[in-house]
Every structure is written in C-alpha cells, then in structure tokens.
Design a protein around this ligand. Structure first.
Ligand SMILES: NC(=O)c1ccc[n+]([C@@H]2O[C@H](COP(=O)([O-])OP(=O)(O)OC[C@H]3O[C@@H](n4cnc5c(N)ncnc54)[C@H](OP(=O)(O)O)[C@@H]3O)[C@@H](O)[C@H]2O)c1
Length: 109
C-alpha cells in the first residue's frame, strides 16, 4: 500500500494536470485531489465549464467527442504533463448478455 502521495511513483506535486469531465463525479474528485496533493496547475475541462467553481482549478471548455475541440485544447495547453482523460458515460448492463460495442464506445452527445 502506498500512502497519500508519498511513495507513489506518479509525480503529482508540481505537475501540470488536465482533467476531462471535471465538472462532476470522479472528474471533480480528481481535480480536488490533485490540488490537495500539490499539483502546480490543474486544468478542469468540461463541456460547460461554468459549473467549475473550485478554487485553484482552471475551467476549460472541451467536448471530447469533437475533434476540433480536442485539437484546440492540445494546441493551447502544451505545458500539461499529467492527463486524466476521465470524461465518458457508462452503460450499466451485462458485459456478455447486452454488449453493444458501438453503443458502449460512444460518449454522451
Ligand atoms: N463511477 C463508476 O463506478 C465508474 C466505473 C467504471 C468506469 N467509470 C468511468 O469513469 C468516468 C467518470 O465516471 P463518473 O461516475 O464520474 O461519471 P459521471 O458522473 O456520469 O460524469 C461523467 C463526466 O463525463 C463528462 N462527459 C460526458 N461526455 C462528455 C463529452 N463528450 N465531452 C466532455 N465531457 C463529457 C460529463 O460531463 P457533463 O456534465 O457535461 O455530462 C461528466 O463530467 C466515466 O468515463 C465512466 O464511464 C466510472
């Protein structure tokens, strides 16, 4: 077991992080934890970044299903060295009985 940040091999302190789907759920939790353990800068990306009010987080507009949106973010945030690509949707269904690859690879439109 690794303690909170101490022996963990991933370097978070002083990193420049970018989290997708950062407005709620796990994405918001990632942003909170990155700030808590000393990331230097945390870009918090969402389709509607107005909801991102966490002190220290930098709200960014990004839709991960739109290539032009992803390309613009890639050009704009060249200082990023830690990416958490969290945005997505999860269909809770049986993997074998109801598996539909086309549906399950989609993210919310
Ligand atoms: N929670 C679990 O137990 C669990 C288990 C396995 C995997 N996961 C995966 O972990 C990730 C986060 O889970 P969660 O429970 O936090 O889900 P969630 O509460 O439904 O949040 C999903 C996040 O993804 C964003 N998102 C969806 N489509 C997007 C798009 N096209 N562009 C940008 N952002 C988009 C949502 O933004 P909007 O607010 O704009 O919709 C929201 O911020 C998901 O990929 C999920 O599939 C979760």
């Amino acid at each position: 077991m690794h303690g909170r940040g101490e022996a963990f091999p991933m370097k978070i302190r002083d990193s420049v992080a970018f989290v997708t789907g950062a407005n709620r759920g796990l994405g918001l939790a990632f942003v909170q934890e990155l700030l808590a353990v000393g990331a230097w800068k945390v870009y918090a990306a969402a389709r509607d970044p107005k909801g991102i009010t966490l002190p220290g987080a930098i709200p960014i507009s990004l839709d991960v299903t739109k290539p032009e949106s992803v390309a613009a973010a890639t050009r704009a945030f060249t200082d990023v060295n830690l990416l958490i690509n969290n945005a997505g949707i999860c269909h809770w269904s049986g993997i074998y009985l109801n598996y539909d690859p086309a549906r399950d690879l989609e993210t919310a439109a």
